[in-house]
Design a protein around this ligand. Sequence first.
Ligand SMILES: Cc1cc2nc3c(=O)[nH]c(=O)nc-3n(C[C@H](O)[C@H](O)[C@H](O)COP(=O)(O)OP(=O)(O)OC[C@H]3O[C@@H](n4cnc5c(N)ncnc54)[C@H](O)[C@@H]3O)c2cc1C
Length: 536
Amino acid sequence: MVHENEADVVVVGAGLTGAVFTRELADAGLSVIVLEQGDWPDYSQARADYPDVETTSLPYWQPNPSVRGSAADYPIATDLSEITPNMWNGVGGGTVLYSAKWHRATPSDLRARTMDGVGDDWPIDYAELAPYYDQVERDLAVSGLAGDPAYPPCTPPPNPPMPIREFGRQVAQAHNRLGWHWWPGINAVASRPTGLLSMCRQHGACGKGCPETAKASVDITHWRERSQRVDLRINTVVSRLVIEGGRCAGVECIDPEGSTTVVRGRQVVLAANAVGTARLLLLSGDASGAAAEGVANRSGLVGRRLMLHPNATVAGILADEAGSTAGVWGQQLYSMEFYESDASRGFVRGAKWGLQQGGGPIAVTRAGMYGRGLEKDWGAAFPETLRANLGSAVSWRIQAEDQPDVDNYLELDHDILDPHGLPGVRLHYTADDNAMRCLEWNQERAAESLAEAGATLVKKLPLGPTHSGHAFGTAVMGTDPATSVVNPWGAAHDLPGLTIIDGSIWPTSTAVNPSATLAALALRTARHLLATRRSA
Ligand SMILES: Cc1cc2nc3c(=O)[nH]c(=O)nc-3n(C[C@H](O)[C@H](O)[C@H](O)COP(=O)(O)OP(=O)(O)OC[C@H]3O[C@@H](n4cnc5c(N)ncnc54)[C@H](O)[C@@H]3O)c2cc1C
């Protein structure tokens, strides 16, 4: 293919937001060059059909880039961060690994400052986002049941909900007795054949390479069959933004042969996630010899306000075998009983719970889902104990909203370099007290939930250093250039020609899984760009 080095739009990152945005622009007739540092996922590595799936799938589908260490992964130091960010650097981005739990933000999520005096209000409200949610839910074959009372009335998901397995039914019945909210999981997993996706066969391997491609990862839904106007260049690392005459005119990138090229566009769009985008803004300042604080950073907030979604787990063993070795890995059901603020609990904001199966023998063992220290079980009796608990282990995964704080940040680290000699990043992150109180309180309730479901052993896994596939806030959006990096359409206040569409622009983290809102926002920005371009 002859590479033109100029397009209407240059997009950095072929993950979720880059995919949604690019499709919309290309369908409207614009030329788009997409630069992605990683490769296509290799589904020959998907092992769900083999009994060795748990032992053989991890090196390839490892979610922690520092452990995985593939050629596309840049160094991320987390010694000063309580949470390690998980991600996938390649076509599809995080959706290659995601569990596809699909959640809209609630109206209150976008108004935390007004309602609870914390964080910031978003410059957008739920009603404005709703039509974009509707569209991306169709594009990602979302399966679920309409009418969840935790949300305003909305368009039903395009596919019916996934069947709930026995363990889910037992916990749902417990919530009925407690009078607590539960709802069948809404997942970006096809419950019937949709486009290039086939029907989910409930392998429970969403995070380890879905073998029948039923999970809506955007490498399949968006990048496989793309418009001819899209020039997707893989294994191509963007090393800095090119700024000419005070405008972002393109990017400099290193192609698979190691040559450095400049790719120009009338708009440069960053979709590199909240870690990668901030890194690139900081790298661009460094490389141009300008101030170390990077570009588009008059506010001083690039890389600051990092949010990573602290989370906690409560595991339990149900009384009998309940089919919990398999099932769609994205939540079987969820509860938002304690999602909205209630100051009497000793914290503001709330948490979302997602019910997950225990998985196979290694998952059950590693997560300590027996409800007691595993060391007691080692020895001759171990296989029998394991067998007795397989199929009945379940867990509530609890996720809290963390508050934006300028002292949680990422910076370039010149001591850890990627294969091209570019600095990696060091994260500084401590979860706020409010979020930790919220997690502790919700763990108590989740333990009550599993006990009510008849769990014989219930264990609150220790709160502490953990991992998360969600990152936000490092280039916050707002109306005031003194206190934000981009405007409500993602356009950089200080750098014409630059737009940011990933989670770095989120003012607050919400407590729900982010992909629905990321996709909806990316679509909204694409439509805005098209509308303003036509009227210009
Ligand atoms: C293990 C895991 C489980 C998850 N589960 C869920 C879930 O159940 N529900 C949910 O809603 N969300 C989930 N997520 C989160 C979700 O996947 C991400 O929020 C989403 O993919 C982010 O989209 P994005 O476009 O901002 O970035 P990404 O999808 O991360 O894509 C960014 C892309 O940019 C590329 N890039 C970065 N820097 C450069 C550079 N300098 N040059 C070229 N390319 C670059 C990267 O290689 C990457 O492909 C999960 C994530 C992980 C990792």
